[in-house]
Design a protein around this ligand. Structure first.
Ligand SMILES: Cc1cc2nc3c(=O)[nH]c(=O)nc-3n(C[C@H](O)[C@H](O)[C@H](O)COP(=O)(O)OP(=O)(O)OC[C@H]3O[C@@H](n4cnc5c(N)ncnc54)[C@H](O)[C@@H]3O)c2cc1C
Length: 590
C-alpha cells in the first residue's frame, strides 16, 4: 500500500534524517566480525576442539549481536525488585526479575550451560569438560551483549569449583547434582558473600561469627555487598567462635538459601543496592540471623580456599573487561566508517584514527592476555607447574590492567559516536557505567597491584615462570625482524628488574601499579608479536605490539610530537580492509 503524498514526503524526510545517524552494531555476528578472536582460537585451542566448538562460537556471536543484545538492553532498563514479605506478612523475601533477564538466564544456564561446561561432559556436545580457552572465549562473546548476568554465571561456575575441590563427600553429593543441573528451573546457582562494612580489601576485619551447636553451624552477621543476592548457595567466610583474629581465623562455609525441609534459611536480603552499573543483576545486603551453613574444607584454611574462587573470578573479570572493550571497538568502527563530518567519513581524519587506536590497542592486548592466561590454566590443569606459576601472575595482571583500560576505552568509544553516545538509547552509556565496577570488585586496582608485586613477584617468584614462557615465544617469533624482537627483550629485562626492585624495597610500594602495568604491557606486546608470526595469523598484531612498546614502555617527551610517520602508515594498515602479511609490515618495525 502506498502512503498518501504528504505522509510519504514526511517518511522520506524521516528516513533521510536517519541516514545521517551512524548505525550501531545491531545484527552483527560478534564472532564473525572479530578477526583477532577467530585467528587466536585456532592458535590457542586444539584443532579438534576448535572444529567442534566453532559452530557454538558462531551461534553465540550471532546471539550477542542480536537477541541477547535486545534482552540486555531491556534488562538494564528494568532492574530487579526486592519483595521483603509476602501478602500474609511472612518474611519470605524474594526478587522479581524482568522477563528479559529470565530469557537470558535460559540462554546462559540452559542452552550454553556456562556454569557446568568446565566441570562435566555433555555441554555443547562435548564428551569431556570444555578447555578453559573455550569457556572464556564464550564468556567474552556473551559479555559483548550482557555484562550483569555474567556475575551469577561465573560465580556459579567458581562455586562449583570450590565445592568439588574442598567439600566433604557428603556435601558434594548434596550440592553438586543441584548446582550442575542443566534445567534452569531447578538449578541451584552459586554466589559469594565476603565483603562486610568493616572490610572489603581488609578481609581479616570480617565480623560474621560461626557457632557450632549439636554439629550444626549457624552464622550471624551482616554482609554488605552481595551480588546475585538470591543465589541458592552462597560461599562465605565467617569466624568460628574462639578462632584467632585476622585472616587466620576465617573458615569457609556454604550457605543454602533453602533448608533440607524446604523452609527458608535464617537470613534476609535487607535491601538491594542502587548501582551505577550491572543494573540487570541484583546486589544486596544480607543479614545472617543464625543461618544454617556447611563448613567447606579445612576450618583453618578458609581464606586460602576462598582465594581460589577470587582468582578464578579475577580472570573472568579480565575477560569481561576485554569483552566490553571489544564491543566498544565494534561500535566505534561501525560509527567511524559511516558518520560524515565536513564532507568525509570521520575515519578519514588522522586525529580520529589516533583515538580509534587508543580504543583498539588495549582491546587487542586484553584479548591476547586472557587467551594466554586461559591456555596456561589448561596446561596447569594438565599438571604443568610452570604453567600454574605463569597463571599465578597473569591472573591479577589481567584483572588489574584490563579493568582499568576498560574505563577510558568505553569513554573513548562514546566520544567517537558524539552526542548520541551519551544518550541511553545507545549502548555506550551502559558500557561506560558497567566499565567502572571492574576496578572495584574482587580487589581494587591497588589490591591487585600489590598482589602482583608483593606476592606473585616477591614471594612466589612467578615472574620467572612468565619470563621463561615469554622468552620461548620470542624465540618462536623468528619471522619478525630481529631488531624489533631485541627491543622487546630489552624492555622485558628492564621490566622484570623494575618489578623485582619494587617487590624488594618497601619504600617503593607507591610504584606497584607502575610495575604491574609494565609487566602487563610487555607481556601483551610479546604475545601479539608471537601471534603475528604464526602461519595464517593476522600480521597486524605486531603493529599493536609496536604501539604498546612506543607508548607504554618507552620514554616520552610530552613537549615533542608523538605520532611518527610509522604511526600514520600503521594506522592505515590497521584500519584498512586489505589483508597484509609480515613482509609488508617489516619496514614499520625498525
Ligand atoms: C556493585 C558491587 C557488587 C559487589 N559484589 C560483591 C559480592 O558479591 N561479594 C563480595 O564479597 N563483595 C562484593 N563487592 C564488594 C567489593 O569486592 C568491595 O567493595 C571491594 O573489594 C573494595 O572493598 P571496600 O569497598 O571495603 O573498599 P576499601 O577496602 O575500604 O578500599 C577503599 C580504598 O582503599 C584502597 N586500599 C585499601 N587497602 C589498601 C592498601 N593496603 N594499600 C593501598 N590502598 C588500599 C582501595 O584500593 C580503595 O581504593 C561488590 C561491590 C560492588 C560495588
Amino acid at each position: 500500500m502506498h502512503a498518501p503524498p504528504s505522509q510519504k514526503s514526511f517518511i522520506d524526510a524521516q528516513s533521510r534524517g536517519a541516514d545521517h545517524i551512524a548505525p550501531d552494531c545491531a545484527g552483527q555476528n560478534f564472532y564473525a566480525v572479530d578477526r583477532g578472536l577467530r585467528d587466536l582460537l585456532r592458535l590457542y585451542l586444539e584443532p579438534n576442539d576448535f572444529r567442534r566448538l566453532e559452530p557454538h562460537f558462531d551461534r553465540l556471536g550471532a546471539l550477542a549481536g542480536g537477541r541477547l543484545d535486545e534482552l540486555a538492553r531491556a534488562a538494564d532498563k528494568h532492574p530487579p525488585v526486592l519483595n521483603a514479605r509476602d501478602r500474609f506478612g511472612r518474611d519470605e523475601d524474594w526478587i522479581d526479575y524482568h522477563s528479559s533477564y529470565r530469557e537470558m538466564e535460559k540462554i546462559a544456564f540452559g542452552d550454553f550451560q556456562f556454569h557446568a561446561m568446565s566441570h562435566r561432559a555433555g555441554t555443547l556436545g562435548m564428551d569431556r569438560p570444555l578447555p578453559a580457552v573455550a569457556k572464556y572465549a564464550l564468556q567474552y562473546l556473551f559479555v559483548q551483549a550482557e555484562f550483569g548476568l555474567m556475575c551469577p554465571i561465573s560465580v556459579t561456575d567458581t562455586s562449583i569449583h570450590l565445592i568439588r575441590k574442598f567439600a566433604s563427600a557428603e556435601l558434594k553429593d548434596y550440592l553438586l547434582p543441584r548446582m550442575l543441573s542443566d534445567d534452569p528451573a531447578t538449578l541451584w546457582k552459586g554466589t559469594q558473600f565476603m565483603t562486610e562494612r568493616a572490610g572489603g580489601s581488609d578481609v581479616g576485619a570480617i565480623e560474621t561469627v560461626a557457632r557450632c551447636e549439636d554439629g550444626v553451624w549457624r552464622l550471624s552477621g551482616d554482609k554488605w555487598f552481595c551480588s546475585h543476592a538470591d543465589g541458592d548457595v552462597a560461599l562465605l567466610l565467617a569466624r568460628p567462635e574462639g578462632a584467632p583474629a585476622g585472616t587466620r581465623g576465617l573458615a569457609l562455609f556454604a550457605l543454602p538459601r533453602l533448608l533440607k525441609d524446604g523452609r527458608r534459611n535464617a537470613y534476609r536480603i535487607v535491601r538491594l543496592k542502587d548501582k551505577l552499573g550491572t543494573r540487570s543483576m541484583a546486589s544486596g545486603e544480607i543479614r545472617l540471623e543464625g543461618a544454617v551453613a556447611y563448613l567447606v574444607g579445612d576450618a583453618e584454611r578458609g581464606l586460602k580456599q576462598m582465594m581460589e574462587q577470587v582468582n578464578l573470578s579475577r580472570l573472568s573479570h579480565g575477560v569481561r573487561a576485554s569483552a566490553m572493550m571489544r564491543r566498544c571497538v565494534n561500535e566505534a568502527m561501525v560509527c567511524a566508517r559511516s558518520r560524515m563530518a565536513f564532507g568525509k567519513t570521520i575515519i578519514e581524519y588522522p586525529l580520529l584514527r589516533r583515538q580509534l587506536l587508543k580504543i583498539a590497542v588495549p582491546s587487542e592486548q586484553s584479548l591476547s592476555m586472557f587467551l594466554f592466561a586461559a591456555s596456561a590454566m589448561d596446561r596447569a590443569n594438565a599438571g604443568s607447574k610452570e604453567a600454574a606459576d605463569t597463571l599465578r601472575i597473569l591472573t591479577p595482571l589481567l584483572k588489574f590492567r584490563a579493568c582499568r583500560d576498560n574505563i577510558p576505552v568505553a569513554t573513548g568509544a562514546m566520544e567517537v559516536r558524539g552526542g548520541n553516545g551519551y544518550i541511553e538509547e545507545w549502548v555506550h552509556a551502559r558500557l561506560v557505567r558497567d566499565a567502572h565496577i571492574g576496578v572495584l570488585w574482587e580487589g581494587t586496582s591497588n589490591i591487585n597491584a600489590l598482589d602482583i608485586v608483593t606476592r606473585a613477584v616477591g614471594k612466589s617468584r612467578a615472574h620467572r615462570a612468565l619470563e621463561a614462557a615469554l622468552t620461548k615465544l620470542l624465540d618462536e617469533a623468528a619471522a619478525v625482524p630481529q631488531v624489533f624482537r631485541k627491543r622487546l627483550r630489552l624492555a622485558l629485562d628492564r621490566t622484570l628488574a623494575f618489578a623485582e626492585r619494587v617487590a624488594a624495597e618497601p619504600a617503593l610500594e607507591e610504584d606497584a601499579r607502575q610495575a604491574a602495568s609494565s609487566l602487563y604491557h610487555i607481556t601483551s606486546a610479546i604475545l601479539m608479536t608471537w601471534e603475528a608470526a604464526q602461519p595464517g595469523a593476522d600480521a597486524r598484531r605486531v603493529l599493536y605490539a609496536r604501539f604498546v612498546l612506543e607508548h607504554r614502555l618507552s620514554p616520552q617527551d610530552p613537549l615533542a610530537p608523538q605520532a611518527g610517520e610509522w604511526e600514520r602508515e600503521a594506522a592505515e594498515i590497521v584500519f584498512g580492509e586489505r589483508q597484509v602479511g609480515l613482509p609488508e609490515i617489516a619496514g614499520l618495525l625498525s
